[in-house]
Design a protein around this ligand. Structure first.
Ligand SMILES: [Mn+2]
Length: 294
């Protein structure tokens, strides 16, 4: 059987404005493995939705999307990071909107590292965990270190974490010195997503925003199929709002840690729907500007 592509990915790479990439790598998962199967499960579920979207008036069948397929398999996280950087660097150069499906969250840092260094780029990092360890289980490329690697690359002021509710003492102490900003899911529940997001975007102050979504940032009631589920999470509506409200400056998105062996389908469906939401909202912004401006 031919593996499914992402739904409505009918354009060639050259024509495409949106490019889907899978990284089937989960060797740094620390609890329940399986995220390596995430990319194909998300693709499969992407076919479950209407191509037409009533909120934006856009039909995804008319939007130039290309599915690059999956990267090769890698033996180590360091090899994975090198491989992913090589795949994504030319896509960043060509200003493609990159949608990357993991894989464990280790797969996200090299996507950001592949971006040109002169970009005014900020990351909204949506996660139950701070992922701020210098190294975890002897691996600097562990999924528990991804936000730290992005801070290494962009600087502490260019990454803001949303939805966090689990922080180790060592990463807390490190971050007290380094100063990456974060808003807990408790802040979000108390103040509302609109207020927290506008603060986060103001703190970043960048022309461009990249969203890195660990699906465990969303509550396990909505997204149970993940490696390290953590109660008290964000709602799918919160994440939809984050995507919708940043679409005018969004340049890419990854969705990591969907683990199909634990899924009854709802987690993959949510991931696929959020990826489609990002394409729809960014495309709606693009069409408003007109084809001459991007
Ligand atoms: Mn996480």
């Amino acid at each position: 059987m031919q593996l499914p592509t992402f739904a409505d990915a009918n354009a060639s790479l050259k024509e495409a404005r949106y490019v889907v990439l899978g990284v089937p790598f989960d060797r740094t998962t620390s609890f329940r493995p399986g995220a390596r199967f995430g990319p194909d499960a998300i693709r499969q579920h992407s076919w479950n939705f209407e191509t037409y979207n009533f909120e934006t008036g856009i039909d995804l069948a008319d939007v130039p999307i290309h599915d690059l397929g999956n990267t090769e398999e890698y033996g180590s996280a360091e090899d994975m990071a090198k491989g992913v950087r090589e795949v994504v660097a030319p896509l960043w150069e060509e200003e493609k909107f990159l949608i990357t499906f993991g894989g464990d969250h280790a797969c996200a840092a090299p996507v950001v590292e592949g971006a040109p260094r002169n970009e005014s780029l900020g990351v909204l990092y949506l996660d139950a965990h701070l992922d701020f360890r210098e190294s975890y289980l002897g691996d600097r490329r562990s999924h528990a270190c991804s936000a730290r690697r992005m801070v290494d690359r962009l600087g502490a002021s260019k990454v803001v974490v949303l939805g966090v509710r689990s922080i180790g003492r060592d990463e807390k102490e490190d971050n007290d010195k380094i100063g990456m900003r974060f808003f807990s899911s408790f802040d979000l529940h108390r103040d509302g997503i609109q207020m927290v997001l506008s603060k986060a975007v103001e703190l970043l102050g960048t022309e461009k925003i990249y969203i890195s979504l660990d699906i465990d940032g969303i509550d396990p009631a909505y997204a149970p199929a993940t490696g390290t589920p953590e109660p008290f999470g964000m709602s799918p509506f919160d994440v939809k709002h984050i995507i919708d409200a940043t679409a005018d400056r969004l340049v890419g998105l990854d969705i990591m840690e969907v683990s199909p062996p634990w899924d009854q389908g709802n987690t993959s469906a949510l991931a696929a729907r959020l990826a489609r939401e990002a394409i729809l909202r960014v495309e709606a912004h693009h069409q408003k500007l007109g084809p001459a401006r991007r």
